[in-house]
Design a protein around this ligand. Structure first.
Ligand code: SF4
Ligand code: SF4
Length: 141
């Protein structure tokens, strides 16, 4: 599952939903076990040269990694639990949590309530190779 960055100026962020609005997360957070605290995502360069495509193939050879495109921007996502999360899904640094965490969880950007729309999402190098062959015939893969 892919997450979306917070906005076009940030290079990293948590997923942002645009399809369904929720008015309050107070009831949802205790039930979802902190989905938004179990990954990191980072904007990467748009592949242009053989080496860029090959690098993405390398990313996708790893467990817990996906690469997605959202609003024309390419992102790497890695599934990993935040070290500040308790087994019960609570943040142990809530008062001092990073800005990206503060920005998340308001109105439409919670991933608990439904899937996210992204333009492209790859979970395996094979899927990425297929897409590359269909769209970038000049790339040597
Ligand atoms: S903001 Fe959404 S994804 Fe994050 S803990 Fe609350 S309900 Fe879960
Ligand atoms: S710092 Fe807290 S809010 Fe941010 S990802 Fe970690 S557990 Fe979640």
């Amino acid at each position: 599952m892919a997450r979306r960055g917070k906005n076009s100026k940030r290079s990293s962020g948590k997923r942002k939903r645009a399809t369904r609005k929720i008015s309050s997360l107070g009831d949802l957070c205790p039930r979802c076990n902190a989905l938004c605290c179990r990954y990191i995502t980072y904007q990467i360069k748009t592949p242009k040269y053989d080496v860029d495509f090959d690098e993405i193939r390398w990313f996708l050879c790893h467990e817990g990694v996906c690469v997605y495109v959202d609003e024309g921007k390419w992102h790497l996502q890695v599934s990993t639990n935040c070290k500040k999360l308790t087994p019960g899904g609570r943040c142990t640094i809530y008062e001092n949590r990073p800005e990206v965490c503060r920005d998340h969880g308001t109105e439409e950007d919670c991933e608990f309530t439904g899937p996210v729309d992204v333009e492209l999402c790859f979970h395996t190098p094979e899927a990425f190779d297929r897409w590359t062959r269909e769209n970038y015939r000049f790339v040597r893969i």
